[in-house]
Design a protein around this ligand. Structure first.
Ligand code: N2P
Length: 366
């Protein structure tokens, strides 16, 4: 009898020890994604379904992400750069190839979007699309009518790049993305130049145009404008499709009487892809693949798009996407609109240096 008790006590001790060491085997994934770019419920579900603990950090510029990736040992397992940055980051060797055998949900991918990404990631070897969108104009509908007339509408880049037009919104507040890869191509395109031009003379002309509208811009920032539009703190923004539509949704939820519009100007605009990739030195590559695969689940992708108002690269998700999102031409543009969109390729070091200099000049207004 005594012996049995001793054995039982020993067994309990063994169990206690093994429970004690369990946290060392806990699975973790470190994700670094754009701010306002996911349904938090999806993140909770990821941990609930896979048992993998999630550490989730956010950024609001490709430059911030790229600095960390190029420095190395960022500690991140999954990152989500925009297509043009992805292209040169692949060339810099910062990513590992995706082990597609661990991504069964690749079956859900929208072939058209995957094909669009091949211009940046030939053969879709390193990355898979998360969301995609456009860079256009967001505005407060009432403020716009008060300034331009009851029947007026904003449908052209003239609203931004004609200084006298933009100046009409100066008093109610204008934000512009702090993203030269978005704003410089828009200015080039407006001038009738190639949005991908890296000719110094073209870039100088674009910067001159921006210098002319600069006095009307209150702030250059790439995430604050969502709440600023939603609360009425500003009335005009050059920003990203889903962000502006999130501002519209937040205003609606707040029932504050603010109505926000988003427009892809009739001259066309930039279309970009944000894609999930795994750094070469990711500490948890297996968990990274598990996370990416989870995000590629049709229902999870739909939840994310419904929440953030961005189009995703997941064809199978479309049957779960709210009709209001799927039918919104600002989120899922129709073929005629898509035909007018352009993409922007990576800048080489020399034009990048010139653009950095010009962009700083534009922002500081000097
Ligand atoms: C999310 C912004 C992502 C769009 N807030 C930038 N490509």
């Amino acid at each position: 009898m005594r012996r049995v008790v001793v054995v039982a006590a020993l067994a309990a001790a063994v169990i206690a020890v093994s429970i004690d060491v369990a946290p060392a085997q806990e699975r973790v994934v470190n994700v670094y994604n754009w701010s306002d770019y996911v349904d938090p419920a999806v993140l909770k579900e990821f941990t609930a379904k896979t048992g993998i603990k999630l550490r989730y950090d956010t950024y609001d510029s490709n430059e911030t992400l790229e600095t960390k990736l190029l420095a190395g040992h960022s500690g991140y397992d999954v990152v989500v750069p925009t297509s043009n940055f992805l292209q040169r980051e692949i060339a810099a060797g910062v990513f590992q190839k995706l082990d597609k055998s661990k991504l069964p949900n690749l079956k859900n991918v929208w072939p058209k979007i995957a094909e669009g990404l091949t211009a940046f990631d030939p053969g879709n070897q390193y990355a898979v699309d998360y969301m995609w969108g456009t860079t256009g104009i967001g505005y407060n509908v009432k403020a716009m009518r008060a300034r331009l007339g009851e029947n007026a509408k904003i449908d052209s880049w003239d609203a931004v790049f004609k200084p006298e037009n933009l100046a009409k919104f100066k008093d109610c507040g204008i934000h512009m993305l702090d993203a030269p890869t978005d704003i410089m191509p828009a200015a080039l395109h407006y001038l009738g130049l190639d949005p991908n031009s890296t000719k110094p003379a073209d870039l100088e002309r674009a910067a001159d145009l921006l210098a002319k509208i600069r006095p009307s811009v209150r702030k250059f920032h790439s995430s604050e404008y969502i709440n600023a539009l939603a609360t009425g703190e500003i009335c005009f923004a050059v920003g990203w499709s889903g962000d502006i539509l999130q501002a519209r949704n937040r205003a609606k939820e707040a029932k504050n009487g603010i109505e926000i519009g988003y427009v892809i100007p009739k001259e066309g605009a930039q279309m970009w892809f944000d894609a999930m990739a795994i750094p070469k030195d990711a500490p948890h590559p297996a968990e990274a693949l598990a996370f990416i695969n989870f995000m590629l689940d049709a229902q999870m992708a739909a939840k994310n798009s419904n929440f953030v108002a961005y189009a995703n690269g997941n064809l199978a998700s479309q049957k779960y996407i709210d009709k209001a999102v799927l039918d919104n031409n600002g989120v899922y543009p129709d073929a005629a609109t898509i035909a007018k969109l352009y993409t922007v390729r990576a800048w080489a070091p020399a034009p990048q240096r010139l653009i950095n200099r010009l962009w700083t000049k534009v922002k500081t207004g000097e």
